[in-house]
Design a protein around this ligand. Structure first.
Ligand SMILES: C[S@@+](CC[C@H](N)C(=O)[O-])C[C@H]1O[C@@H](n2cnc3c(N)ncnc32)[C@H](O)[C@@H]1O
Length: 493
């Protein structure tokens, strides 16, 4: 269906890619870029369109090469004189803003763009948090997450305003000057660029950007060690995309120097982006790429999806300032793991904080090494964490059970086609569903008019569902933390 809509078939896109030298075969010169190691497929439960193994693949083998000349970078895009002259007049714009504007400019070129076959197969819409409307943002419920969404939305707006002059000078079509067009391009860049060493905006990599994501898993225990090295220093987001790879060195240090968080990187000696199998795959399995280490909120922010089981998810709970000041850990190291276990730093700091001030100095070394200070101290700490978690859950507007029910209702609604059908599945108690309808001016459902659920409504519903899924995962971690603390208290009492 997509193929017809786009006018350029996937087959032609892959032919175009092969002509640019993109290949999943180290030796063969074939008219298609895929088929030797990888094949394009649809994986409904793990990212939709993605790349599968076309044969059994061995861990570590090269599975795709994309030559530098096929990468869409600021450098390659600025070969267009008109664009280059205009961009040079705006030196205050960031690399990411420039790449975003360049992408919109290529769209504006239409058939005359050399990237047309690639552009035609980009997603039409995205669910990154900057695209959330007020209703979807509030559906996150948790203040930190709402704040992150507000920040992302206002950042996108500010960047668009700053780049507007450049886009006007490029004489773009009016619909490409809008915030909506900017958000589309910014989301394309946020969710699809790969890190390159010479430009922090990264590059768009045809075919290479079809790999879906798998979280780095086994490194989790190692991150507890990273916590200790980042103590008292500012924590930085781990991302191997968009050039934001500040935590990578820590990870490499802690795992014996040769373990890679990334399974794709630009290789200067062959002037190509090279992708490697991060594990062995059997034919037909989806081949996944690790974009970096992200919490679910970060995945939502940068990629517009989240994982039900994310080994790198974290929950931050409100802490009194005295807890920070009584230890030298960085604030960002105080969190609850997705398993419900408090982080090493959080436990150490709380053990110290629960110690009488005159004993803190002598017990500090024990606390920092992760030791239990005394049974009484441990029970007090666990009780304190469990109480905080309980308060958090009680203060949120809906319970875990209600969120589960709501998600099944959303699933049901998503299968419907018209408002009339929707009326039939609505229960009078579905407050949030009614609020969604109102927020989308769909009150007509009460009168039973048989309007079709528009594409726009379906998109809002996708984002609302993501917000509910996110808050449910958050609550589940808090609940697991209460169980963890209760278990420790019971075992010590
Ligand atoms: C680099 S693209 C991967 C290819 C993409 N599926 C496509 O059709 O073009 C990244 C996007 O794929 C989706 N994605 C990747 N991994 C995913 C996963 N494990 N679960 C759900 N969505 C995923 C998200 O929409 C993300 O923004």
């Amino acid at each position: 269906m997509e193929e017809q809509e786009h006018g350029i078939s996937l087959e032609n896109f892959l032919k175009w890619a092969a002509e640019l030298g993109i290949s999943d075969s180290p030796t063969r010169s074939v008219p298609f870029c895929l088929g030797h190691s990888l094949s394009l497929a649809y994986f409904p439960h793990a990212g939709g369109r993605g790349l599968g193994a076309a044969r059994d693949l061995r861990k570590g083998e090269v599975i795709l090469r994309v030559p530098k000349s096929a990468l869409m970078t600021i450098e390659s895009l600025l070969k267009d004189d008109k664009l280059s002259v205009a961009v040079n007049r705006h030196p205050y714009l960031s690399s990411v803003q420039i790449l975003t504007a360049c992408l919109i400019y290529e769209i504006d070129k239409g058939k005359s763009s050399r990237w047309l076959p690639y552009l035609m197969h980009l997603p039409r819409n995205y669910d990154i948090i900057a695209t959330f409307g007020e209703f979807e943002k509030q559906a996150l419920q948790v203040a930190d997450a709402i704040w992150a969404a507000e920040k992302a939305i206002s950042k996108a707006k500010a960047e668009w305003k700053e780049a507007h002059q450049l886009m006007e000078e490029l004489n773009l079509k009016p619909q490409l000057l809008t915030l909506r067009a900017w958000l589309w391009a910014a989301a394309t860049i946020s969710s699809r660029t790969l890190h390159i060493p010479w430009d922090e905006a990264g590059c768009l990599c045809p075919v290479g950007d079809l790999f879906n994501y798998a979280a780095p898993g086994e490194e989790t225990s190692c991150f507890e060690d990273v916590d200790s090295w980042t103590r008292a220093s500012s924590f930085q987001r781990t991302s191997l995309l968009n050039g934001d790879c500040t935590c990578k060195s820590n990870v490499q240090e802690c795992d014996g120097h040769d373990q890679r968080l990334t399974d794709g990187e630009y290789e200067k000696d062959v002037a190509a982006y090279c992708f490697y199998a991060r594990q062995s795959y059997i034919k037909g399995e989806q081949v996944l790429l690790c974009y970096g280490t992200y919490t679910n909120l970060e995945l939502l922010e940068h990629y517009g999806f989240l994982l039900n089981e994310n080994p790198n998810d974290k929950v931050f709970i409100p802490l009194e300032p005295e807890i920070f000041s009584s230890s030298s850990w960085a604030m960002e190291s105080f969190y609850i793991h997705q398993s419900g276990k408090p982080s090493f730093a959080l436990l150490s700091a709380l053990r110290l904080w629960a110690t009488p001030p005159n004993k803190r100095r002598s017990l500090g070394h024990l606390a920092y090494s992760g030791s239990v200070l005394s049974t009484e101290n441990e029970i007090n700490v666990m009780k304190w964490i469990a109480k905080q978690c309980d308060v958090i859950l009680k203060n949120l507007p809906t319970s875990i059970e209600e969120d589960r029910l709501l998600l099944s209702s959303i699933d049901e609604i998503q299968d419907l086609h018209s408002l009339l059908e929707l009326r039939k599945v609505l229960s009078p108690s579905g407050d949030e569903i009614w609020a969604f309808l109102e927020a989308n001016n769909l009150q007509d459902v009460k009168s039973g008019s048989n309007l079709l659920l528009s594409r726009k409504i379906k998109m809002s519903m996708d984002r609302w569902k993501l917000a509910v899924q996110w808050r449910l995962r958050y609550k589940k971690i808090i609940l697991d933390c209460i169980s963890y603390c209760t278990q420790i208290i019971n075992s010590l009492s």
